[in-house]
Design a protein around this ligand. Structure first.
Ligand code: PEP
Ligand code: MG
Length: 586
C-alpha cells in the first residue's frame, strides 16, 4: 500500500528568486560522525602525517574538479573553488589542527572537528552577514579533508532524470557547480542564508532556491511534490490543487516578467522625461562584475575591499592589492569603479589589527578611523588604488567619515601616498576623484561643509539608518524598528542630496535602499544621480525608473517628506505609488 503523502509548508529564506515546481530528490550530504579518542604521545606525529596526506589529496581532488569545470562552466564561477583551494593551502589549518593533536593528544579527525568549531565561532560573531557566511566555506573545506581522512571521497551529486527539486541539508559550491541545470528545477537546503555560496551560485545560474529551511530534509521525502518560492523562501510540500494552481500561475507570471526584464538590459537607465540615473553594482570580487552588465548595470558603485584583508594571518601587500584592484577595474572597463578604502573594525575582524575588546564595536575603531590609526596600512592601500586607477575610470572613497578633520587627515594620507609614488616613479592617477560615504548623522548635518572638500557623496544607508535610529543593524529583535522610510532618514537624504548639488558634486546611494524598486520614486524625486545595488536588483529598479517621470517622482518625494511616520510613508507608497506604477513593483 502506498502511504499518503503529507502536506506541509516550510518557511525559510529566499536564496535565489523564481518559482519552481517538481518532485523532490533528497540527497544525503550529512556530516560524517567523528569519534574522539586519545593517542599515545609517540604516535602523535603519525596523526599529523595523516593530516598532511589528507590535505594533499583534498587539494588534488579540488584541482581536478576545477579543471573539469573550467571547460563546462567557464572561468567566471571558479572563484569559489579557488577560494576553497586557498583555504586548503592556508598554513593556519595545519597549525591549528596539529596544535589540537599535540596539546590534547587526540586523533586527527577529532582535532579537525575542534578546529572547525573554533573557526565557526569566530565567524558566527561577525556582524556582516556576508562574512558570517564565509565561515561556511571553511566548514565545507574541513568536511572535504575529513572525507579524505576516512577514505571516503566527496562524490558528485547523483544524476537524475526529469525536472527535480534538490533537497539537501546543505550543498557545497562545488555541488552547485556540478549540477546539471537542465534537470534541476530548484534547490532547497536546511542551512545557508541569502549570502551563502549556495544562494549566490543559484542566483548566478538562475535556479530558484530556498535556503535556511531548517528541517526540510527531515520533513520532505523523495518523490514528494514541491512548489518553491525562491523570493519569499517558502516551500509547499505536497500542496493541494488550489495551492498548486496558484504556484503554476505565479510561475508563469514570474517567468514572463523575467523575459521582459531581460529586454531592458540594453535600454538606457532613464525616466520617460529623459532624466538619466547611473545604475551600478556593489561587489566584493572581480568575479562578480560580469553579473552587473548581464543585468544592465554600468560599472561598480561600491567595491568593498575588506574581504581582501580578512580570514588571513598576514595583510595583503601593495602588489597583491594592486592585482586585486586592477582585476576589478579591468573587468568593469569601460565603466567606472568606485573603490572604498578599508571598512573593517567592529565585528569585521582582522586579527592583526583590531583593538581588543571594545565595549561598543559599532562605535569603535572601525573604517577610516582604523585606517588613520594605521597610516602605513592606509597608504599602502591608497598607493595600490592610485596605481591601478590608470587602468580604467576609477574613483575612491572613504567610509564612515564623521567630520572635516577626519576627512582632511584622510586626504593628507592620499597626498602622501601620491608623493611616495611620484618619488618611486611609475604611473598612477594623480587626479583621482575622491569622495566619502555619508553614513553617520554628524556627516549629514555638516554635509554642506563636507561637500566643498570632496568630488562626490555616496550614502551608506545601511549604517546611516543604524546610527540615526540607534538600531543595531544586525539585531533581529530590533528589526521592526530598522525603518528606511523613517522621516529622519528621508530628511537626511534630502539634506545630503541638496548639499551635494549646491556644491556641484554628484550624490549616490550604495546602501541597500538603492536596490529596492519601491523606494526608487522617492530617491529619484529627491535627486540622487547614481544608485548602486546588488547586480540582480538592477533590472527591477531600471524598470521602475523607465516608467517614472522625474516630475512625478518629485511630487512623490515631497509628499513622502510631509509624512510623520515611516508607516504613513509606507502606506502612501503602497497605495498611490503602486497605483501609478502598478506593474512595476511585483
Ligand atoms: C552602508 O552602510 O550602507 C554600506 C553600503 O556599507 P556597508 O554595508 O559595507 O557597511
Ligand atoms: Mg557602511
Amino acid at each position: 500500500m502506498v502511504s499518503a503523502r503529507i502536506k506541509s509548508v516550510l518557511h525559510g529564506t529566499g536564496g535565489s528568486p523564481g518559482i519552481a515546481i517538481g518532485t523532490a530528490l533528497v540527497v544525503d550530504r550529512t556530516h560524517l560522525q567523528v569519534l574522539e579518542f586519545s593517542i599515545p604521545p609517540e604516535q602523535l606525529s603519525d596523526e599529523i602525517d595523516r593530516l598532511l596526506l589528507a590535505l594533499e589529496h583534498a587539494r588534488q581532488e579540488l584541482r581536478r574538479v576545477r579543471d573539469e569545470l573550467s571547460t563546462q562552466r567557464g572561468p567566471e564561477h571558479l572563484y569559489v573553488i579557488d577560494a576553497h583551494l586557498l583555504i586548503l593551502e592556508d598554513s593556519m589549518i595545519v597549525r591549528e589542527v596539529a596544535g589540537f593533536i599535540r596539546d590534547e593528544e587526540i586523533n586527527v579527525e577529532a582535532a579537525l572537528r575542534r578546529t572547525t568549531h573554533k573557526f565557526l565561532q569566530h565567524f558566527a560573531a561577525m556582524e556582516d552577514e556576508y562574512l558570517r557566511e564565509r565561515g561556511r566555506d571553511i566548514e565545507i573545506v574541513m568536511e572535504r579533508i575529513l572525507h579524505h581522512l576516512v577514505g571516503n571521497h566527496h562524490h558528485p551529486l547523483p544524476l537524475f532524470s526529469g525536472k527535480s527539486i534538490l533537497v539537501a541539508h546543505d550543498l557545497s559550491p562545488t555541488d552547485i557547480l556540478q549540477l546539471d541545470t537542465s534537470s534541476v528545477a530548484g534547490v532547497v537546503t536546511d542551512l545557508g542564508g541569502r549570502n551563502s555560496h549556495t544562494a549566490i551560485l543559484a542566483r548566478a545560474f538562475e535556479i530558484p532556491a530556498t535556503v535556511g529551511m531548517g528541517t526540510a530534509t527531515t520533513v520532505i521525502s523523495d518523490g514528494d511534490l514541491l512548489a518553491i518560492d525562491g523570493v519569499r523562501g517558502v516551500v509547499e510540500v505536497n500542496p493541494d490543487e488550489e495551492t498548486l494552481a496558484s504556484y503554476l500561475l505565479r510561475k508563469r507570471r514570474y517567468d514572463y516578467q523575467e523575459q521582459e526584464l531581460n529586454k531592458l538590459r540594453d535600454l538606457p537607465a532613464e525616466t520617460p522625461d529623459g532624466h538619466a540615473v547611473l545604475l551600478q553594482g556593489n561587489v566584493e570580487f572581480a568575479q562578480e562584475i560580469p553579473a552587473i552588465a548581464a543585468h544592465g548595470g554600468q560599472g561598480v558603485g561600491l567595491y568593498r575591499t575588506e574581504l581582501l584583508f580578512m580570514n588571513r594571518e598576514t595583510l595583503p601587500d601593495e602588489e597583491e592589492q594592486y592585482e586585486a584592484y586592477a582585476a576589478v577595474i579591468r573587468a568593469a572597463a569601460p565603466y567606472p569603479v568606485c573603490i572604498r578604502t578599508l571598512d573593517v573594525g567592529g565585528d569585521k575582524l582582522i586579527s592583526t589589527l583590531n583593538p581588543a575588546d571594545e565595549a561598543n564595536p559599532a562605535l569603535g575603531v572601525r573604517a577610516v578611523r582604523l585606517s588613520l590609526r594605521e597610516p602605513e596600512l592606509f597608504r599602502t592601500q591608497l598607493r595600490a588604488i592610485l596605481r591601478a586607477a590608470v587602468l580604467g575610470p576609477t574613483r575612491l572613497f572613504f567610509p564612515m567619515i564623521s567630520g572635516i578633520q577626519e576627512l582632511r587627515a584622510a586626504k593628507e594620507c592620499l597626498r602622501e601616498a601620491k608623493r611616495e609614488l611620484a618619488i618611486q616613479g611609475g604611473s598612477y592617477d594623480d587626479a583621482i576623484e575622491t569622495g566619502i560615504m555619508i553614513e553617520i548623522p554628524s556627516a549629514v548635518l555638516i554635509a554642506d561643509l563636507l561637500a566643498r572638500e570632496v568630488d562626490f557623496f555616496s550614502v551608506g544607508t545601511n549604517d546611516l539608518i543604524q546610527y540615526t535610529l540607534a538600531i543595531d543593524r544586525a539585531n533581529e529583535q530590533l528589526a521592526h524598528l530598522y525603518e528606511p522610510l523613517h522621516p529622519a532618514i528621508l530628511r537626511s537624504l534630502k539634506i545630503i542630496v541638496d548639499a551635494a548639488h549646491a556644491a556641484g558634486i554628484r550624490a549616490c546611494i550604495c546602501g541597500e535602499m538603492a536596490g529596492d524598486p519601491e523606494y526608487l520614486p522617492i530617491l529619484l524625486g529627491l535627486g540622487f544621480d547614481e544608485l548602486s545595488m546588488s547586480p540582480a536588483a538592477i533590472p527591477r529598479v531600471k524598470r521602475v525608473l523607465r516608467r517614472c517621470p522625474k516630475s512625478q517622482a518629485e511630487q512623490v518625494a515631497a509628499r513622502a517628506l510631509s509624512c510623520v511616520t515611516a508607516a504613513q510613508v509606507e502606506d502612501y507608497l503602497k497605495s498611490e505609488i503602486t497605483a501609478r506604477f502598478s506593474e512595476s513593483f511585483d
